[in-house]
Design a protein around this ligand. Sequence first.
Ligand SMILES: Nc1ncnc2c1ncn2[C@@H]1O[C@H](COP(=O)(O)OP(=O)(O)OP(=O)(O)O)[C@@H](O)[C@H]1O
Length: 261
Amino acid sequence: MRGITMNAIWRNGPAPAATPAGLVRLSGVHKRFGNGQQRVHALHDISFELAAGEIVALFGASGDGKSTLLNIVGLLETPSEGSVVIGNLLASKMSEQARVELRCDMIGYVFQSCNLVPVLTAHENVLLPLMLRARPGPADMAAKCALATELLGQLGLSKQAGHYPKRLDPSQSQRVAIARALVTRPRLVIADEPGARLNARAARLMMDLFVRCQRDDGTAFLISTRDQRQLVRVDRTLQLCAGRLRAPCAASARTTQRLPR
Ligand SMILES: Nc1ncnc2c1ncn2[C@@H]1O[C@H](COP(=O)(O)OP(=O)(O)OP(=O)(O)O)[C@@H](O)[C@H]1O
């Protein structure tokens, strides 16, 4: 990512070394919820790799299992069967505490609901993940503030930086949540339908920023969407259908599908 501030912020904590082949590797993942007649088999035998610096879209209709899969990759849920490797760590076998630490070190998450803190301004909401990590010194603090300002500006929100969430419309709130997910400069960003509340211009700003993070920081993205128009600037598309990965849907020339191994 360009700008003095982006390079001034370190990636927090010792993150595990990624293998060149894959930052994320899922093998034979199933997810079941509930028991008996209430039982839902949400994911069936999911295997795929996500390379460092790759932007991958997860495309599917409502209920096909996108959020469940993102939650598993984002270490918010554990699979019922199968393995999840992040970097060189077998995350699916880690303790809850170790998973939380790995998530904080490596992953930024854009949730479907923005979950902004109502008593903080847009700028403070973006800063929050950095403030929760370590008490910054004055120079560090200035760099972090500048980074939050820069991210908001790149998402077209310079004028709204001082606004509280109740003054933000849904598109603006969503973009604040996107900036918050990027501010720690994570190696992996999981974004659950981040474009759902954005108009065409805001969606373009979001993708411009994602591509910039990919190019400058080597950030990988796994982005769920129900909207085929949002597939045009991704490297690859995975299609989920009733909890199973399917052959790719059509997307841009940039999209080159590697089927699960
Ligand atoms: N915690 C849960 N308990 C029981 N069933 C669940 C749970 N979470 C998800 N499911 C079920 O798993 C299936 C996949 O849901 P999921 O939310 O992953 O789909 P999705 O593709 O993200 O849908 P949407 O686009 O509407 O968010 C659905 O049948 C859903 O009802």
